[in-house]
Design a binder for this molecule. Structure first.
Ligand SMILES: Cc1cc2nc3c(=O)[nH]c(=O)nc-3n(C[C@H](O)[C@H](O)[C@H](O)COP(=O)(O)O)c2cc1C
Length: 382
């Protein structure tokens, strides 16, 4: 296939995979797409290990890194607070409510060493979203010769765009609204990812079908990737029909064989339908689409506190999420009921685990079939 995006990135198919799992990233790159490793919960040392591993696997083929660079978060004026200061800003009322919730569901406390480890190493909820934490990650990405740097939750800062431009690395940024896409374009972003509300993770309110053509028109000639609700070849064809130069998929990799999704969550995803997700601020403080569970239900109850702003909510819930995931494999447990994770509405199509390379191959095969079918609609001798 040939689009502006395959040419820009030197790939065979305009299929980009957002993933937290290095195996998925390498598999998609080796299948002719481009794997992008989500690095927001990595330490610089972990990121270096993962990117070196990917480089070995892909032998010269391109791969990318994704960082969260929110425009607004607590401490942004000061350049970011350290974890200790953030912890001290969490109201007792929130901690107590959460402790009571986990007690009610019979979730045991973390062993003391494990709790310390969470704080040192990060993990789900330990988002590195401030410039101080981000810079070392960006250095590691440059050292490992990434072919794309992507960011979400705001226009990437000028210094980052300038540095990437000097190094010849394209910058991509997610947009859930036209004004966000225009701001990215004005800042010099090379590739805009128009992400509809059906996407997993942080997401806006406009559907992909409505958002993509508007963004394509608004930012032309800057190329656009469509994201949100794309997991098969028919959806890839639809995205290209809307004017996108390629697709950016996140959820579909979560049930692949390579994915490190916790087994209980994988099982829930395989069984879930498309109406089993919702947008909730309960994991990060900003609206993010995730699987509905006893956790998201509890945060919607009247007695629940308001979610805290980013990154405080992530700091608040990190220990409880670890507590839950440590024992969620126990069948019939309260932890199993509480377990959730980010996923989009395409979860309803994710019914069979398979290797990531097969996901890519099936997308391409189905895309080709669709194109033939569409061509036949206007063939003269029909
Ligand atoms: C588990 C998960 C975590 C995500 N985390 C991030 C992230 O850290 N940074 C980011 O730019 N996008 C993140 N996203 C959004 C994806 O980049 C992508 O836009 C989205 O998954 C596309 O929609 P889909 O889920 O329908 O494929 C995440 C998505 C999922 C499913």
């Amino acid at each position: 296939m040939r689009t502006k995006v395959t040419e820009m990135l030197g790939i065979d198919f305009p299929i980009l995979a957002f993933t937290h799992c290095r195996d998925v990233a390498a598999a998609v790159t080796n299948s002719g797409g481009l794997g992008v490793l989500g690095a927001v919960a990595h330490t610089p040392a972990q990121l270096d290990v993962d990117l070196k591993w990917i480089r070995e696997q892909v032998r010269g083929r391109p791969f990318g890194v994704d960082l969260l660079i929110p425009r607004k978060y607590v401490g942004s004026e000061e350049g970011g607070f350290d974890r200790g200061s953030l912890r001290s800003m969490i109201p007792d009322e929130h901690r107590q409510w959460l402790d009571q919730l986990l007690d009610r569901y019979g979730v045991p406390a973390l062993p003391p060493r494990s709790a310390d480890q969470t704080r040192e190493e990060g993990g789900m909820g330990a988002l590195r979203v401030d410039p101080k934490s981000m810079l070392p990650l960006i250095e590691v990405a440059f050292e490992n010769k990434v072919s794309l740097i992507a960011s979400a939750l705001g226009t990437p800062p000028t210094w980052l765009i300038d540095r990437c431009r000097a190094a010849g690395i394209p910058v991509a940024a997610l947009a859930g609204r036209i004004d966000h896409a225009l701001a990215h374009k004005a800042a010099g972003v090379d590739l805009i990812i128009a992400q509809g509300t059906e996407a997993g993770g942080h997401t806006g309110e406009i559907a992909t079908m409505v958002l993509v053509p508007q963004v394509v028109d608004a930012v032309a000639p800057t190329p656009v990737l469509a994201a949100g609700g794309i997991a098969n070849g028919r959806q890839v064809a639809a995205a290209l029909a809307l004017g996108a130069e390629g697709v950016w998929c996140g959820s579909v990799w979560l049930t692949t064989n390579e994915a490190e999704t916790p087994p209980v969550v994988k099982e829930k995803f395989l069984a879930a339908g498309s109406s089993d997700t919702l947008r909730s601020r309960s994991l990060t403080g900003k609206p993010a689409r995730m699987l509905r569970s006893a956790w998201t239900d509890a945060w919607q109850q009247q007695d629940a506190p308001q979610a805290l702003p980013m990154p405080l909510q992530g700091v608040l819930v990190i220990d409880s999420q670890r507590r839950i995931h440590r024992v969620a494999h126990q069948h019939g447990s309260g932890a199993e009921q509480l377990a959730t994770y980010f996923v989009g509405q395409v979860v309803g199509q994710m019914n069979t685990p398979m290797p990531a390379r097969r996901v890519v191959a099936e997308m391409i095969e189905e895309f080709v079939d669709v194109m033939e079918r569409m061509n036949s609609l206007i063939a003269e001798d029909r």
